[in-house]
Design a protein around this ligand. Structure first.
Ligand code: GLN
Ligand code: ZN
Length: 762
């Protein structure tokens, strides 16, 4: 018999119950106990949602982040927090957010744990902190409680824990000490934990080591061997779990570690299944992740069964089935989507439906396909409908893709020549000032957008409201004295969603929320079909804004790579192809803006870096098609049209060549918090075009002083010739308020003028 299980269920709740409870608790509107009660009932609900599985996970739930939970489980709590009094939950939220529940006073804040992306997903975890003298001690109370809760209703509970090597890998050494030196101490606590779990009646433990899909140096491989040789004495069975990629050169290692079972992400690594079966000792079970935990498409069950059946023949009872990874990365339940186009809806599967797919597959293997014939037929009908749908396949789009030429990605002249033409056209001062696009989004703006969507505000009134806001924005920018203006983006809720809504090939869910970090959720658009651009999207707003001023108005667009990386992407063609379709669509918009007389156009690529594959040897391939897509989007314009791009992160060292190859006339980047150090990459590479290093940290309410901005810019000028420097904030201003933005920009402008004056005098 095939055994079914799940690696993890979304925590946030299908109506984002956890988010709302957390935020209320933080505001002091509900007690900690009420929050914990909500968490209890969510877990119960989720266990019911997984009722058909042979094994349900426990410990996959988290109030904020499972890596932070692991730090608490192992007693690795930063000193700045453990020294404070208060409940454990209090300390937990302090590490997560810099303040405890219901603590509104600024004075008792500690700095929050650093946050970073969980592998190549859009989920962010709190980075564990290590130092030479880090001590671990077991603190399994919360995990045991969750296990006990579910044991009442389900005897077969499989706790999920993060493995010791991945835990160390994900963390950061605060004092330069070697993280692996902590392994022995850490293993002692893991051994204790496994004993405690045994005593709680646990048989199987899922131990996640996704680090096995990364490039590992010898010491890390050795750490894995050392860890699992030591933990093999544990009185429970370990299911060593990997996901998000191929094992490649770690395959043999993964197969040989002395555990009772291995989970392989068969969606990312279908070609490794046969090899793993060959290598895996015959006493081990093999869990195959055959349903994608990363996208929202139905699985082609018949196709999976076709290749799974021989595997089952070989492995028999040793075969387990699961989603490829935790379902954390997909929305909860498709049942909630009642407004979605019925065809599109029939092609989708969210967490609950994905588990249903696992059940169908298991039944088909255990009792023959006839036992689930109707379900398989239904599934097949959906797969065929999607393959053949005229919603999905647009002959014209495919035709345009065929006609793409390299010339479409080339500017007419090299940067030097364009720069002269542009200088003569714009007559900008030295250190020109601009912003990244959005201005503060007031409650009124958001309300107007919501009312318009809900049909409660007539289109004409909505447009009037947006124009009024644009006018206000332009007036403020003129009064401040910025050199290059923007319209302020009041009509946009989100930089990807806004464009997606105006393009063909995108669908939007109502409840398709995915946790991004803590209480923050994101509702990725769904790219289901060939993407096209039926009509100009932004020209109306930008032209209007330009009509209000003589200064250059910068048109504002989201780039193709960011559109792709922040959406659920179709799986029936390579990502690179979908990206090219997006590129053509946004290119149309670029050309429409140029046609409308807009002289500067910014194409944001906030998520370009995020799309980098986990393994470095695959970076080139990604960068090649991603940068090509950007070039096709941007480079069809005349020499005198100035292309800007914007990226809000700070690691460029390893991708600077690709960035330069985008050939944008101006790039604005986030730098204020890194003290301009990141410009070293641009300096060493001798980045040829113009750069606007951010001088205003828009994540903070602080207003940068004129002096601090001058200092930052002077540092920048040591690295980049001043004629090629711009002065701007790190990112858009939509989350700030006008009272902060006005003085900050005013200081920025004063700083730019002083710098330009000094340079003139010199
Ligand atoms: N133009 C966008 C804005 O200003 C850019 C946002 C981003 O980079 N994340 O809001
Ligand atoms: Zn940004």
């Amino acid at each position: 018999m095939v055994t079914t299980h799940n690696l993890g269920f979304p925590r946030i709740g299908k109506n984002r119950e956890l988010k709302f409870a957390l935020e209320k608790c933080w505001k002091g509107e509900i007690s900690e106990q009420t929050l914990l009660d909500t968490a209890d009932s969510l877990r119960l609900q989720h266990w019911q949602d997984q009722a058909q599985l042979d094994w349900v996970p426990a410990g996959d739930f988290s109030l904020y982040d499972h890596v932070l939970d692991t730090s608490f489980l192992l007693g690795n709590i930063p000193e700045r927090v453990s020294a404070l009094t208060g409940s454990e939950l209090d300390s937990y939220f302090r590490v997560a957010r810099g303040r405890s529940a219901a603590d509104k006073s600024a004075c008792s804040c500690v700095h929050a744990g650093e946050m970073t992306k969980w592998f190549d997903t859009n989920y962010h975890y709190i980075v564990p902190e290590f130092a030479r003298d880090t001590k671990f001690s077991l603190n399994a109370g919360r995990l045991l409680e969750q296990i006990r809760q579910v044991q009442h209703i389900r005897p077969r509970v499989k706790p999920v824990i993060l493995g010791p090597v991945t835990y160390l890998w994900l963390g950061k050494s605060k004092d330069g000490s070697e993280k692996l030196d902590l392994l022995d101490d850490l293993l002692a606590v893991y051994a204790q934990l496994l004993d405690v779990l045994k005593n709680a009646g646990v048989e199987w433990v899922q131990i996640d080591e996704p680090v096995l899909v990364m490039e590992l140096s010898e010491p890390w491989k050795h750490a894995l061997r050392a860890a699992y040789f030591q933990l093999q004495a544990a009185p429970v069975k370990l299911l060593l779990t990997t996901y998000f990629g191929q094992l490649q050169d770690n395959l043999q290692l993964a197969c040989e570690l002395p555990v009772a079972g291995l989970h392989l992400d068969a969606v990312s690594a279908p070609d490794e299944v046969a090899k793993v079966i060959d290598w895996l000792p015959s006493h081990k079970i093999l869990s195959l992740g055959v349903v994608s935990g990363r996208n929202i498409w139905k699985t082609d069950l018949t196709a999976v069964l076709d290749w799974l059946q021989p595997v089952h023949m070989r492995l028999q009872d040793r075969l387990w089935l699961a989603p490829s990874c935790s379902l954390l990365h997909v929305p909860v339940d498709l049942e909630s989507e009642q407004k979605l186009d019925t065809d599109i809806r029939s092609w989708l599967a969210f967490a609950v439906q994905k588990l249903e797919e696992i059940n169908i597959l298991a039944k088909a293997l255990n009792h023959g396909r006839a036992s689930v014939a109707a379900l398989l037929r239904e599934n097949q009908a959906a797969i065929t409908s999607r393959k053949q749908s005229r919603h999905v396949h647009q002959v014209e789009v495919k035709g345009r893709l065929q006609e793409i030429t390299d010339a479409m990605g080339e500017r007419r002249s090299p940067y030097q020549q364009r720069a002269t033409v542009q200088r003569n056209r714009f007559h900008l001062p030295l250190f020109p000032t601009t912003t990244i696009g959005s201005f503060p989004q007031t409650q009124q703006i958001r309300q107007a957008r919501r009312d318009f969507r809900a049909g409660q505000l007539a289109e004409a009134d909505y447009r009037r409201a947006m124009r009024k806001e644009i006018e206000l924005c332009v007036r403020e920018q003129e009064a401040l004295g910025l050199d290059v203006l923007v319209h302020g983006e009041p009509e946009r809720n989100d930089m990807v969603e806004y464009f997606g809504e105006h393009l063909d090939g995108f669908a939007f869910t109502e409840f398709g929320w995915v946790q991004s970090y803590g209480s923050r959720c994101f509702k990725p658009p769904v790219i289901y079909g060939d993407v096209s651009h039926p009509q100009a999207i932004t020209t109306e707003w930008i032209e209007y804004a330009q009509s209000l001023t003589k200064k250059p108005m910068k048109g504002m667009l989201t780039g193709p790579v960011t559109m792709l990386n922040w959406s659920f992407v179709r799986d029936d063609q390579p990502r690179s192809e979908t990206c090219l379709q997006l590129a053509l669509a946004i290119r149309d918009e670029v050309l429409a803006l140029e046609q409308a007389g807009i002289r500067m156009i910014q194409i944001d690529e906030a998520a370009l870096r995020e799309g980098l594959p986990l393994r470095k040897p695959q970076w080139n391939d990604y960068l090649n098609w991603a940068i090509r897509a950007f070039r096709i989007t941007a480079n069809g314009v005349r020499d005198e049209t100035q292309i800007h791009t914007h990226m809000c992160y700070s690691e460029f060292n390893d991708i600077i060549q690709a960035i330069a190859h985008m050939d944008a006339d101006v790039i604005t980047i986030e730098t204020s918090r890194s003290d301009m150090e990141l410009l070293d990459a641009f300096d060493q590479f001798q980045y040829p075009n113009e750069i606007g290093p951010g001088v205003y940290d828009i994540h903070s309410p602080n207003i940068p002083s004129v002096d601090s901005i001058i200092q930052l810019m002077q540092k920048a000028a040591q690295r980049i010739p001043p004629e090629r420097l711009w002065v701007n904030p790190d990112c858009g201003l939509k989350t700030r308020n006008w009272d902060e933005v006005k003085p900050a920009l005013s200081n920025m402008i004063a700083a730019s003028r002083q710098l330009a004056g000094r340079l003139d005098a010199a």
